[in-house]
Ligand binder design. Structure first.
Ligand SMILES: Cc1cc2nc3c(=O)[nH]c(=O)nc-3n(C[C@H](O)[C@H](O)[C@H](O)COP(=O)(O)OP(=O)(O)OC[C@H]3O[C@@H](n4cnc5c(N)ncnc54)[C@H](O)[C@@H]3O)c2cc1C
Ligand SMILES: *[C@@H]1O[C@H](CO)[C@@H](O)[C@H](O)[C@H]1NC(C)=O
Length: 421
């Protein structure tokens, strides 16, 4: 049987992980990425639960990740004058993770590690600066598909198209024949990420800092080995519908500096070091901002088209990276298991992933309110509760309460597959 020809769209986390496992399944893989190079910006992401399981199945991967994990040991919540009033720390046991994960790594570093493990493989080809223009089913209903590209690559035939191009995936709209915002569930939240030149952590590279202001605004800073502070500014609106974040999207569509101006305006005068941080943001080279959404599709595949990672099941609960890694592994594994039967493989992928997705997309009911209170009263109450919880050492209890999103590795089992390579 000739090797399966697989097109993977997107080279962030899900894409390179899918390329790795499809090569192990004996496929010939082409990965296309819309950007002209690997995107290495972004803030810290967590590898948890099934993400840890998949990482440990890739030889040498855990060591590579450990070499790049952020030295962060705890996060201090600070008052407007910078005084901390509560501290959350890691558990030190990766199998029993807390709010601060043991495998906390910058998104760009994880993406680079995955790319480094795949780009020289003889059966994997990366093409940067390319995206899908159209996908056409061949005459025979169950045959391969013909893919046209937008930036000059010749039209090619593939047995399977795997869309890994993120929550606002354009390829999803093409592959499923739906609108761009179909299946997006807004959370009424956006976030901006960048590096600040100044050290917001006063030389302590083990402790991050987080500061809340009214109106659901949070600013958090984490250490970076190179000496800068990695900053995230997040804003959660009281109403969750799409209209809340419309001004954010309008600013994004205007391009240029409009989005930075919009973020700056939201944070100016908010307290702590916000005003100085905004100055750094205006000049940051690695500025990245996005609306935070959930993606919920009725079915993960259609014909020869399938979604993996945020494109198919973005979760706003910090579990997106782990779900993406698990999805890539399971899809390639099911293809290996159902040799010559793609429909069976796609059904297997659906059956294994669905319960995992449903569970990991659940937002613990109080979590957003806890992290981004809207009102001065809510903020005061949150701070009191938080300070008390930290002081009295019952934080582990709180973490058990939020355990849906922060469970250990043993909570979910992934199937074992027999790989070809
Ligand atoms: C630059 C960047 C920074 C991020 N920063 C953070 C962060 O700080 N914190 C956090 O929690 N999450 C962040 N994320 C999201 C996080 O990576 C994902 O939630 C999670 O890891 C799942 O990854 P994914 O590979 O499914 O999707 P994503 O990480 O969203 O990757 C999608 C990839 O597809 C590419 N792409 C998009 N459209 C097309 C197209 N039409 N054709 C080809 N390629 C396309 C994108 O450039 C990107 O490389 C960031 C994502 C990106 C792209
Ligand atoms: C590449 O794919 C071919 C089948 O097309 C296979 O025989 C070969 O072992 C693969 N190479 C590697 C390094 O996996």
């Amino acid at each position: 049987m000739p090797p399966l020809r697989v097109l993977v769209v997107g080279a962030s986390i899900a894409g390179p992980t899918a390329a790795y496992w499809f090569a192990r399944a004996g496929a010939k893989v082409t990965v296309i990425e819309r950007f002209p190079h690997l995107r290495t910006n972004g803030q810290n992401i967590d590898i948890r639960t099934v993400g840890v399981t998949v990482m440990r199945k890739m030889p040498g991967m855990e060591e590579a990740v450990r070499a790049k994990t952020i030295p962060l040991k705890c996060i201090a919540a600070v008052r407007s004058d910078g005084r901390p009033f509560g501290v959350i720390s890691t558990t030190g046991n990766p199998d029993q993770q807390s709010l601060v994960s043991e495998f906390e790594i910058y998104r760009g570093d994880l993406s680079q590690i995955l790319y480094d493990r795949t780009h020289a493989h003889p059966n994997i080809t990366y093409i940067f600066g390319e995206q899908v223009a159209s996908i056409q089913q061949h005459d025979q209903a169950d045959g391969p598909v013909k893919v046209e590209f937008a930036s000059g690559s010749p039209t090619m035939e593939f047995d399977l198209v795997v869309s890994c191009d993120g929550a606002t995936s354009r390829t999803r709209a093409i592959g499923l024949g739906v609108g761009m915002r179909d299946y997006l569930e807004p959370t009424g939240t956006w976030a901006a990420f960048f590096s600040a030149k100044q050290d917001l952590l006063d030389g302590n590279n083990k402790m991050g800092k987080a500061y809340n202001a009214v109106g659901g605004r949070i600013i958090a800073a984490g250490p970076d080995p190179s000496g800068v502070s990695r900053v995230v500014l997040m804003k959660r609106y009281a109403q969750k519908d799409s209209s809340a974040t419309q001004p954010f999207r309008d600013a994004m569509n205007q391009g240029g500096d409009a989005l930075r101006q919009f973020v700056a305006q939201t944070y100016r005068g908010a307290g702590w070091k916000c005003d100085e941080v905004i100055k750094d943001m205006m000049e940051a080279e690695d500025f990245y901002a996005s609306e935070i959404v959930h993606v919920k599709v009725p079915r993960l595949s259609k014909g020869r088209f399938v979604l993996v990672g945020d494109a198919g099941y973005a979760a706003s609960t910090g579990t997106g990276t782990s779900l993406a890694m698990a999805g890539a592994y399971v899809l390639a594994g099911e293809v290996c298991k159902h040799k010559g039967d793609l429909a069976g493989a796609l059904q297997g992928y659906e059956d294994v992933m669905r319960p995992l997705i449903d569970d990991m997309q659940k937002v613990p009911p109080l979590l957003p309110v806890f992290f981004t209170p809207q009102t001065a009263w809510g903020l005061w109450l949150r701070n009191m509760v938080f300070a008390f919880v930290c002081w009295s050492g019952i934080l582990s209890l709180t973490q058990k309460f939020f355990s849906g999103a922060f469970a250990g590795t043993e909570r979910y089992q992934l199937p074992q597959y027999e790989w070809q390579e």
